[in-house]
Design a protein around this ligand. Structure first.
Ligand code: MSP
Length: 508
């Protein structure tokens, strides 16, 4: 079942000792898609990493009395540790301080300079240090940074500029001809109408007022603007412009860059123009997702409205956290995060619908057949609808994954689980068990349930990998691949294991 390649990325994260659940959002979505595509048979390359340069980091390091490199080295493992706790299955973790990345960025900068797309000038303007963004006076909101609302300060220095104005028409044309390039559509319209069509001004792509960045190798008092540095990770990580560019040749262009809505501007203006200037293909899709918010505000370090996500994992389990984030927020929109909403999902969906179904089914197989489940094929009319729903599930889920409707994909799976619970209520196995003549019908009902649980779990693997392994173990099956989903009745008659509680209800 060998399919094409699929290259998916998250943004690279600013290293931090204080990640919050909002940070996990992008990565959990990307991980789920990567896992799903692997299950579909794609040759997946999934990359994430850390974005370690810039004035903000330099400042923090100075405050901490260490060098910037010492500062980032000490906290970069925090990201890796969080991704481990969340079962993130990345293939590569890139750091912008990696030597390979540094050299590639220098080569990119030089290439663009030599071909005249980068030129030297004088920068006078307003800069927001926390956002690493330059603004014009008209873009400010009440005199403050339009993104974060903080103060901007005037800077004036010799700088290099990137001629993005030259590529404006080409970019508009590309976006028009590739309707799937920027999604959701609302963000595409925002980019086109608010940013690109009003006119792109050349951007300043080097700084001399601080040191912690990649040096322009032919003019080393300049460091490369952090966004040029950071965006290049998507190709430097594949070995572009290095001796071994096998990965680049195999995986570029990216199939999906998944990013938060506040950074879509960089990914749909600067990044495609850099690629056009380098003569490279553009990513197939850039998707800008919404934020997790608390009481209407973005969860953020500066607002202090967060807990370490590992606290939720410790209290509720990793898959409850993954499930919540994927299910609660309709893709593209903002979604509210609260511990009580998390508990509602655990109790309502995970414990009541999924956990209960698995538990009841295995319990009945143990009680009525000493744990042995076998398809006696005494089917009745009522089975047909359930079997049809089970057989059509994969296509529905796959379509929603392709449309990046992750919440809907999970809903599809839970619809089948719900139908199974109803099937138990309708077929009343406890009544069948009282009648010796109905033993084979009872076995068939329980078999149908186990097969539906298996089918749902094969698909659930991408969303909740630990829970899926646990269910496979409980129902004792190794039929876990996507090619087992085309037919009903793949589950081999066997002895199930003892039922274990998958998700405990959280009282209060
Ligand atoms: N370093 C840049 C990205 C460079 S990519 C070439 C950056 N880093 S970040 O650490 O601030 O953000 C990483 C990701 O976390 C982004 O996709 C961002 O949108 C996401 N989130 C951070 N807070 C968030 C929420 N409260 N909710 C959802 N996602 C948010 O930006």
């Amino acid at each position: 079942m060998s399919k094409d390649k699929f290259y998916i990325t998250t943004p690279i994260y600013y290293p931090s000792a204080n990640f919050h659940i909002g940070h996990c959002y992008t990565t959990i979505i990307a991980d789920t898609i990567a896992r799903y595509k692997r299950l579909e048979g794609y040759d997946v390359f999934f990359m994430t990493g850390t974005d370690e340069h810039g004035q903000k980091i330099e400042k923090k390091a100075t405050e901490a009395g260490v060098s910037p490199k010492e500062y980032v080295d000490a906290i970069v493992d925090n990201a890796k540790d969080l991704w481990r706790a969340l079962n993130i299955s990345y293939d590569k973790f890139i750091r912008t301080t990696d030597t390979q990345h540094v050299l590639v960025v220098q080569k990119i900068f030089k290439k663009l300079y030599e071909q005249g797309d980068i030129y030297k000038g004088e920068y006078k303007g307003l800069y927001c240090t926390p956002c690493e963004s330059f603004w014009t006076k008209t873009q400010l909101v009440d005199g403050k940074c339009p993104d974060c609302g903080r103060d901007v300060h005037e800077v004036s220095e010799e700088a290099y500029f990137f001629k993005i104005s030259k590529y404006q028409d080409k970019l508009v044309d590309y976006i028009d001809k590739h309707p799937d390039f920027i999604e959701p559509i609302s963000r595409k319209n925002e980019m086109l109408n608010n940013f690109i069509k009003p006119g792109l001004e050349d951007i300043c792509v080097s700084r001399t007022s601080f040191d912690w960045g990649i040096k322009v190798d032919f003019d080393p008092k300049h460091v490369v603007y952090v966004w040029i540095d950071a965006l290049s990770n998507y190709i430097s990580g594949l070995g572009y412009l290095t001796e071994d560019d096998t990965l680049f040749k195999k995986y570029w262009p990216a199939d999906l860059h998944i990013v938060g809505k506040e950074i879509i501007r960089f990914h749909t203006i600067i990044w495609p123009i850099m690629l056009m200037a380098l003569g490279l293909d553009l990513p197939k899709k850039v998707y800008g997702h919404g934020w997790l918010v608390i009481g209407g505000n973005k969860i953020s370090k500066s607002l202090g409205n967060y807990k370490d996500p590992r606290e939720y994992i410790a209290s509720y389990g990793v898959d409850a956290v993954r499930y919540f984030v994927l299910r609660e927020v309709p893709m593209g929109n903002d979604g509210n995060f609260s511990e009580s909403a998390l508990i509602n999902r655990i109790n309502g969906d995970l414990a009541n619908i999924l956990g209960n179904l698995v538990n009841r089914t295995i319990g009945m197989i143990n009680k009525y057949f000493n744990g042995y489940v076998e398809n006696k094929k005494i089917n009745e009319e009522i089975d047909n609808k359930l079997i049809e729903s089970a057989l059509s599930l994969k296509n529905k889920v796959s379509k929603n994954i392709d449309d990046l409707d992750i919440s809907l994909a999970l809903e599809n799976i839970f619809d089948l689980l719900r139908s199974c619970n109803k099937y138990i209520d309708d077929t009343t196995p406890w009544i069948l068990a009282k009648d010796e003549n109905k033993k084979d019908r009872l076995a068939t009902v329980l078999y149908n349930l186990v097969e539906c649980i298996r089918i749902s779990t094969v698909l659930l693997q991408a969303f909740m990998p630990d829970t899926a392994s646990n269910i496979f173990r409980q129902i004792n099956t190794n039929k876990t691949t996507f090619d087992t989903l085309d037919r009903f009745g793949v589950y081999d008659s066997s002895n199930v294991n003892k039922a274990e509680v998958l998700f405990r209800r959280i009282e209060d």
